[in-house]
Design a protein around this ligand. Sequence first.
Ligand SMILES: NC(=O)C1=CN([C@@H]2O[C@H](COP(=O)(O)OP(=O)(O)OC[C@H]3O[C@@H](n4cnc5c(N)ncnc54)[C@H](OP(=O)(O)O)[C@@H]3O)[C@@H](O)[C@H]2O)C=CC1
Ligand SMILES: CC(=O)N[C@@H](CCC(=O)OP(=O)(O)O)C(=O)O
Length: 350
Amino acid sequence: MCGILMAMTIRVGVAGCTGYAGGEALRLLLGHPEVEIGTLSAGASAGSTLGTQQPHLRPLADRRIAETSAAELATNDVVIMALPHATSGPIAAELPDDVAVIDCGADFRLADAEDWEKFYRTPHAGTWPYGLPELPGQREKLTGTRRVAVPGCYPTSVTLALLPGLVHGVIDGSDVVVVAASGPSGAGKAAKPHLLGAELMGSASAYGVGGVHRHVPEILQNFRTLGAVDPSVSFTPVLVPMPRGILATCTAPLAAEVDAAEVQRIWTETYADEPFITVLPPDQWPQTQYVTGANAAHIQVTVDTAAHRVVAVAAIDNLTKGTAGAAVQCLNLAMGLPETTGLPVVGVAP
Ligand SMILES: NC(=O)C1=CN([C@@H]2O[C@H](COP(=O)(O)OP(=O)(O)OC[C@H]3O[C@@H](n4cnc5c(N)ncnc54)[C@H](OP(=O)(O)O)[C@@H]3O)[C@@H](O)[C@H]2O)C=CC1
Ligand SMILES: CC(=O)N[C@@H](CCC(=O)OP(=O)(O)O)C(=O)O
């Protein structure tokens, strides 16, 4: 080897390449210096070229889309799965152990099989290391792993908003209230009547109301990881007319006598070394436009003294830090690369 370190290109396949999450993964991977794009696979659109499905991904326009099968995907070093729920499990089971599988879907996120079956109504496929490196101790678990369960977009925003307060015992995790607005790309590309332009434009609507949204158990699992003993969350998602982005407004009772300046200090110090998390200067509140296309979370926090609650707001791009960016962040850790490789932190605004 003449003493020269040979750079190895990592071959990354994307299953679900025609969807929103798969498309965003490919956009990021095209700018990743250590990656070559491997297999592109999908469902009904197999056989067509990517240019007909994802016109913005010009460098891959002529690539033919394969059927999604373990045989097609096994030729890659890494496979990013961006498939509907309960689709990735059977395929992942057939992939060799040395192929790193990074699943953007929910199949392997929950540790509790009962929770899974209650909210997803399919058999539980298993549990993989959870792809939120910002959780204490999680970065180490993701380094070198060959299986990653990328979090849901709402759980990412809510967990990052409240993490410092739970870790430092400043908030009471047993009475958390979250209202989170999301753009419709969170629901995937397949047309749904309530997501058609005429229904969506100029209107905002709550859905999954009353503790029934499938992200509730995932949020609670994260709160327990952060030390909450008997957590509870009242979670209300709201669909709003912007293509992408989540703004999560999270409140929780104070568990310590701290003021706004003190919670600002705690949040800022907790995230001081996190490359993708910014606690904004006081009085500047997160906006989705400033994280569009960035693997970034913008966070602000204060105390509502009259209500005796902390209020924390997080903005992420559901397709970037909320899924595909997190997938690439985890790919970097899994493959021993610097965690920030190929990931933009600057958003597209306005
Ligand atoms: N959108 C988001 O903000 C987020 C998404 N996720 C998760 O990422 C995954 C993908 O979501 P998203 O991109 O939004 O969904 P889309 O509906 O936009 O894309 C789904 C993709 O899966 C393919 N597909 C559908 N059915 C099958 C099948 N039976 N076998 C093989 N491929 C199939 C589709 O191919 P074809 O075009 O050929 O039908 C398409 O490429 C989901 O698990 C979702 O929950 C996670 C966090 C956030
Ligand atoms: C606006 C919208 O519909 N959003 C999706 C959440 C998307 C997400 O995070 O995906 P997972 O399905 O992978 O958990 C929803 O509420 O179902």
